[in-house]
Design a binder for this molecule. Structure first.
Ligand code: AHR
Length: 950
């Protein structure tokens, strides 16, 4: 028999065990009845800049490098770069780059080949592309070139050669040569897949021929010019806007290098090529053909369903590269360019630039609503230029939203100067949006999670044109993606202010990059969406209409309260006077600084130098950080409300006064910064610093006295400031009124409601190394469907997607049981998006997926493509493939390889790795698709293996 004591012990033990197994560590409460801010429908977008070979050699699918022999810049004069000439008898061949008979003034250079011998000479002009030309067996490639005959008599053949010099595709045009520049086009269809092909123009005969603008595009490309897989990644992202063309590239490193949109439209042969600002000794051959120009950017925006957000040069060259403002007459050209751009995009076809748009093939307007004025400019030179553009553009097109730059950083002196400038501008002269660029450490994103909570809603809206977390290795990994995701939860909560945000840069070609991290890496044969892309895409594709109120905190954790001592301090020299503290309206301290410091126990000097002189407290601190003197006589508890006022005067340039509140120890306090470049409230918790208020730009002059008023009610702090002149208070102004409810992590959440589907969308980031048991309750809702759909991105912090493992971290979707009150374990290092249905309907199942191929036989050296021809959901709708996971399987995995296909964006190219592994002379292939947590299989195709005879 169990003794009573033993039974009690067993019961307690069971209770403790059951508690630790089932109890949740965290509590998330969602109140469906509390609608919070509306979410900007344009929130997530893409920022395209031609950096890292993103355009030529990347998205712009021309496979020929140096198509028009224009390569010339400070680092190279090699106008024949990427070309080679081979001839049977070198002495008899003369080749030169000339510009006497240019096709047009924008395209001055061409190649002249003269063959002098009477004998049957053969000359080959070869282009090696970027890293060799990647061609896929049986795909078609359109080669076009401009020729002018002087007196060449013979044959011209165009062909593709593989790495061994073997011809793998051939063609000749049937149009005769003339003595004028003429465009010739042929289609080549290689009989082999290779990454190292060369385009060869084979001349057989005698005489002189001029050649220019030789291009080659895969026919399987977007509009015949852009790489399908990269466009697909843009489309899958569900980008709500497209910012273009950059970035620094827009600014140019010289007047000639400035990006001018008019250089980038019209026939590619008449676009005025320029060197790429991101060129260098390491990348001397980085040029802009402008084949991807403003017209294409507008078309692409249209296709993506994205708001076009062009940025125009503001009459300045890149300040980060030592540039600056242009003279006024030059600046007016750029104002005019901006006016013409808006006309080109929006005006009727009767207008000068509307007519140009129609001639290019687009009668309908492009519906432009935003224009960025400059990129990362700063200082008064920029402010003046901006105002010039603002006045002129608003006079012509008052409806266009203008975006002003605020420098390269979110919180440096240049940013403060810009925000100061905007603060002082009359409302009608303020820009509609500011363009913030945030490249900061992962920690920064966590500790600035409250950045927009109290942002002045009367200031311009925020367009975060460039954002990326930069870790120590500048790598794309889960560590940086989690930090970005946490910040995005805060952005969604403040989407009444932050209207648009984009990661930067978008694309980078491996081995050709000038910048990292980037959103999507690629080679000639593959694209690797990073984990950062995957996380942002998940957020973008799960964007609701408004935020629902929610809280997420550790169970039984008491919320932050402002308790502790108060203190004063400074950077450099500051004088304080008249410290008065009221406790629930009763005066408890009136400190006149009348006794010498060393004779009183009232104060403890924690840091820096302090002195009392003539009823003033002098604080001095010349090194980094701030001085601190703590007032021993007073302790704030969380039961009472307080008012504190103190007078201060900054007496040294770049000086700053600080007031410590709720000072618990040297690692835990609130710090009110009072500085001319921006006053704000910082929370230091366990030594980590969080910004708790926006910056306020109340001007603080040196040697001028000010009084600061601090009112603390519960967790709210209201701060006002006034000038003091002969003890009289002038210009009293509210600095900020904020509530101190810090989110110290490791969980970050936002909840959206999507009106169309009726889904509640919960986004949660767990930045900790532990799985966290969380109880989720949803109140104020009538019904929750018992199954929810969760998509999780997780892994180790250092994990990222690489060329050797491009799918290391991809989103995984499954259905889970949910209710109005359910427990869920949030995976460590993860981003999760959970969709809950408020309607009694299941997640739609995929019904059928069908695949096909144009071939039914394959040899060991062959490539064949599987096409997804159809995918339907059970409700009859077409599958949303941008959301789906699609892969191919075979019954003979030893034999069959599935390779990435740049024309579909899937691993849809089949090749055979070794006939020795062949178990039978045929194999089957099928596709699988996973949508909404359901997986289905396609029809299967049977392929015969043929003996290549090689
Ligand atoms: O995104 C890369 C560069 O970062 C952009 O060109 C520039 O605006 C910023 O400095």
């Amino acid at each position: 028999m169990m003794t009573r004591k033993f039974m009690i012990f067993v019961l307690i033990f069971l209770f403790v065990i059951s508690f630790s197994i089932f109890a949740s560590d965290y509590q998330m409460n969602i109140d469906f009845s509390k609608k919070d801010k509306e979410i900007s429908p344009l929130l997530y977008g893409l920022f395209f800049e031609d950096i890292n070979y993103a355009a030529d050699g990347g998205l712009y699918a021309n496979l020929i490098q140096n198509s028009s022999f224009e390569f010339e810049n400070a680092y190279t004069k090699d106008k024949m770069y990427s070309w080679e000439i081979i001839s049977t008898n070198k002495e008899e061949i003369i080749t030169s780059i000339e510009s006497i008979k240019s096709i047009n003034e924008n395209n001055p250079n061409y190649l002249k080949i003269s063959i002098n011998s009477d004998q049957d000479q053969r000359v080959q002009l070869l282009n090696k592309g970027f890293d060799g030309i990647y061609v896929i067996q049986d795909d078609s490639y359109k080669v076009s070139l401009y020729l002018q005959n002087e007196n060449f008599n013979g044959e011209i053949e165009i062909f593709l050669q593989d790495e061994k010099g073997k011809v793998i595709g051939k063609g000749a045009f049937d149009k005769p040569l003339t003595n004028e520049w003429e465009k010739y086009e042929i289609i080549l269809t290689p009989c082999k897949t290779t990454e190292s092909a060369r385009l060869v123009i084979n001349l057989k005969g005698k005489g002189t021929l001029l050649l220019d603008m030789i291009t080659m595009f895969p026919e399987r490309s977007w509009n015949g010019i852009l790489r399908n897989d990269l466009v697909k990644l843009m489309k899958d992202f569900q980008s709500r806007f497209l910012r273009f063309p950059g970035g620094c590239i827009l600014e140019g490193d010289s007047f000639e290098n400035i990006y001018r949109w008019k250089d980038t439209i019209g026939e590619p042969v008449s676009r005025k090529m320029n060197y790429n600002l991101w060129y260098s000794r390491e990348f001397p051959y980085y040029f802009q053909s402008y084949g991807l120009g403003f017209y294409e950017y507008f078309l692409l925006s249209d296709y993506l369903n994205a708001e076009p957000v062009p940025t125009v040069n503001c009459g300045m060259t890149c300040q980060a590269r030592g540039g600056g403002p242009l003279a006024l007459d030059q600046t007016y050209q750029f104002v005019q360019d901006a006016i013409d751009l808006i006309e080109f995009a929006n005006s009727s076809t009767d207008s000068e630039w509307g007519k140009v748009r129609r001639e290019l093939g687009h009668s309908q307007p492009f519906d432009l609503n935003f224009v960025g004025i400059g990129n990362e400019q700063w200082g008064w030179a920029y402010f003046n230029k901006y105002s010039l553009f603002h006045d002129s553009l608003k006079a012509h097109f008052p409806e266009i939203n203008l975006i002003a730059g605020v420098g390269p950083s979110p919180d440096d002196a240049l940013y403060h100067e810009a925000m100061n400038w905007i603060t002082d501008l009359p409302q009608e002269e303020k820009p509609d949006y500011i363009d913030e660029h945030i490249y900061r450490s992962p920690e920064w994103f966590y500790t600035n999670i409250h950045r927009y909570d109290n942002y002045d809603r009367n200031m311009p809206k925020v367009f975060i044109g460039e954002l990326a977390a930069h870790n120590d290795k500048m790598s794309n990994n889960l560590e940086s993606a989690l930090a970005e995701a946490a910040f995005l939860t805060a952005i969604e909560k403040n989407s009444d202010v932050v209207k648009m945000v984009s990661y930067a840069p978008l694309f980078a070609k491996i081995g050709y990059n000038q910048w990292q991290p980037n959103f999507v890496w690629f080679t000639d044969t593959e694209a690797i969406p990073t984990v950062n892309y995957q996380v942002w895409k998940l957020f973008s594709r799960n964007l609701g209409d408004y935020v629902i109120e929610s809280s997420l905190a550790k169970q039984r954790e008491t919320s932050y309260s402002i308790t502790g001592k108060i203190g004063l301090g400074s950077r450099r020299n500051v004088i304080f006077e008249n410290l008065i503290i009221l406790e629930e309206k009763n005066q408890v301290i009136a400190e006149r600084f009348s006794e010498p410091l060393d004779e009183t126990m009232k104060f403890t000097i924690v840091n820096g130098n302090f002195e009392i002189l003539e009823n003033k407290l002098l604080s001095s601190h010349q090194t980094s950080g701030f001085s601190c003197i703590q007032l021993n006589e007073f302790f704030m508890d969380d039961q009472k409300d307080y008012s504190i006022s103190v007078d201060f005067k900054i007496t040294q340039r770049l000086g700053e006064a600080v007031v410590y509140l709720g000072l618990k120890d040297k690692n835990n306090y609130l710090l009110l910064h009072l500085a001319n470049e921006g006053s704000y409230l910082e929370l230091v918790s366990d030594g980590i610093s969080y910004q708790m208020s926006p910056y306020n730009y109340f001007p603080l002059a040196i040697n001028q006295a000010y009084r600061i008023f601090i009112d603390i009610t519960g967790n709210s702090i209201k701060i006002e400031m006034a000038e003091l002149n002969d003890s009289k208070i002038n210009n009293k102004e509210l600095l900020f009124d904020v509530s101190i409810r810090p989110n110290l992590g490791p969980l970050y959440q936002v909840v959206n409601y999507d009106e169309q589907s009726g889904d509640i969308i919960i986004k949660v980031v767990n930045s900790s190394q532990e799985d966290l048991k969380t109880n989720i309750t949803i109140s104020g809702v009538d019904y929750i469907y018992p199954k929810g759909l969760i998509t999780i991105i997780s892994g180790n912090l250092n994990d990222g997607n690489t060329l050797s493992n491009p799918n290391k971290i991809i989103p995984k979707t499954k259905q889970i049981e949910v209710s109005k009150d359910f427990d869920y374990q949030i995976e460590k290092n993860s981003v999760s998006v959970l969709r809950l249905k408020t309607k009694a309907e299941d997640f739609v199942k995929p019904k059928t997926i069908t695949i096909d191929s144009t071939k039914s036989k394959i040899g060991v050296n062959d490539t064949l493509r599987i096409e997804i021809t159809n995918c339907l959901m059970e409700n009859g709708e077409v599958c949303e493939l941008g959301e789906a996971l699609i892969w191919f399987e075979t019954d003979n995995p030893e034999l069959v390889d599935f390779n990435y296909d740049i024309t579909t964006g899937y691993n849809s190219l089949i090749s055979l790795n070794n006939l020795e592994n062949m178990k039978s002379d045929s194999f089957k292939v099928w596709a699988k698709v996973r949508i909404n947590g359901y997986e289905i299989k396609s029809n299967s195709l049977t392929f015969e293996v043929k003996d290549d005879g090689n």
